[in-house]
Design a protein around this ligand. Structure first.
Ligand SMILES: Cc1ncc(COP(=O)(O)O)c(C=O)c1O
Length: 389
């Protein structure tokens, strides 16, 4: 059926917003005549990230995927090691581990936060477990008190996949500050976006020097640039995980607006909550309910529908109204490569449910009053369902 938008413009699922000095910073960077990184723009981003995360070391890298791959190398994952992680996550959480020959062990998620369930993680530990890769879904920091305790008790490393969690905290402590290392994403769909981009944060001081070398083709070029050695040379394995100063300039401008970006998103997130609470009470879906001590960043607003057919139906209804809503992950344990490279631990009931029933509503800076068009369309679907029942 052709989509109708009632004469209004379509509402995309996500959109990168120009929030401050992006164009100005890019212009000034071009004028310096030096676009390769790392340079002053990357360094400014890194200062900002270190401050936000309270971390000793951060590097701007091309993606969160790159950051996770570096983290997997840094914690010394080796073939046959097992890494516990959620299956309801993006592929990079698992591919970063699989690239080292390690085995993702998928454990179920908590029904409220959709983050790795500490009990399921505990049950997944074997003598071969080396690490836990924790995801902070929707910018809600996972239960790091319990997961951290579990890791300490069993001598496991923690890596945070904080792709969605820049600027989020739990109990006052920032996402990205818990693990030996953490990855953030600045992909265009994230709260702070540079088209493509990410950051690696390293909290374990013993890993910092090696992180800088891995990032820069296995060399100690950083020391050379700081005047600490006369020439730089090949020191270790490595790759080129550096971004252009043009990307860093855009990112820098966005990072400077991080608080304003988060406040606007939280207001939109709350707008959805307020408008849809009654429909939740009537049983049409459930809304997100982050724990009271989670200071999330408004990255995602999702509805959990009663079943896959209701999700399909609502999604089609929104599309007819010119609104793009989006499911999220196909659980990794059900995907061809997930079955080939990983294994499950226990039942993944909540993971399967999130894979089938979760629908994300448009949420981006600049959405503004169009939020009411979205909630209006959701509520008209609820009314149709009530009438048909
Ligand atoms: C949980 C999670 N991890 C990793 C990534 C990958 O981020 P990037 O695109 O920056 O590599 C994403 C991207 O959506 C994500 O949601």
């Amino acid at each position: 059926m052709p989509e109708t938008t009632g004469g209004s413009s379509p509402i995309p699922f996500s959109r990168t917003y120009i929030y401050g000095n992006e164009i100005d910073f890019i212009q000034k960077t071009i004028e310096t005549g030096r676009l390769s990184g790392p340079g002053p723009q990357s360094e400014a981003c890194e200062r900002q990230i270190r401050e936000t995360v309270s971390a000793p070391w951060a590097a701007v890298v091309p993606s969160c995927t790159a950051a996770l791959e570096m983290a997997a190398l840094l914690i010394g994952l080796a073939p046959g090691d097992e890494v516990i992680m959620p299956s309801f996550t993006f592929v990079s959480t698992a591919t970063s581990v699989v690239l080292r020959g390690a085995i993702p062990v998928f454990a179920d998620i908590d029904p409220v936060t959709l983050n790795l369930c500490p009990d399921a993680a505990a049950a997944a530990i074997t003598p071969r477990t080396k690490a836990i890769f924790v995801v902070h879904y929707a910018g809600v920091v996972a239960d790091m008190d319990r997961l951290g305790k579990l890791a300490t008790e069993h001598g496991l490393a923690i890596v945070e996949d904080a792709a969605q969690a820049y600027g989020a905290k739990r109990g006052g402590r920032p996402a990205g500050s818990y693990g030996a290392a953490a990855g953030f994403s600045f992909h265009g769909t994230k709260n702070i976006g540079a088209g493509e981009g990410g950051a690696l944060v390293v909290n374990d001081p013993a890993l910092v020097e090696r992180a800088a070398i891995l990032r820069d083709k296995g060399t100690d070029r950083g020391k050379f640039l700081r005047g600490e050695v006369d020439a730089y040379s090949w020191q270790d394995v490595g790759s080129s995980q550096i971004v252009s100063e043009l990307t860093a300039a855009f990112l820098h401008a966005q990072l400077l607006q991080a608080d304003a970006i988060r406040s606007e998103r939280l207001a939109l997130w709350q707008g959805y909550q307020d408008a849809l609470r009654e429909a939740e009470g009537a049983g049409h879906f459930t809304l997100p309910h982050p724990p009271a001590d989670a200071e999330h960043n408004g990255h995602i607003f999702f509805l959990m529908l009663p079943d896959a057919s209701a999700r399909r139906d609502l999604s089609a209804h929104l599309a007819r109204n010119g609104i793009t809503a989006s499911p999220h992950y196909v659980p990794l344990h059900t995907a061809p490569a997930g079955r080939r490279f990983g294994r499950t631990s226990g039942s993944l009931t909540m993971t399967d449910r999130a894979g089938e029933c979760l629908l994300r509503l448009p949420l981006w800076n600049g959405l503004g009053d169009d939020l009411h068009r979205v909630t209006g369309a959701v509520l008209s679907w609820c009314a149709d369902r009530r009438a048909a029942a």
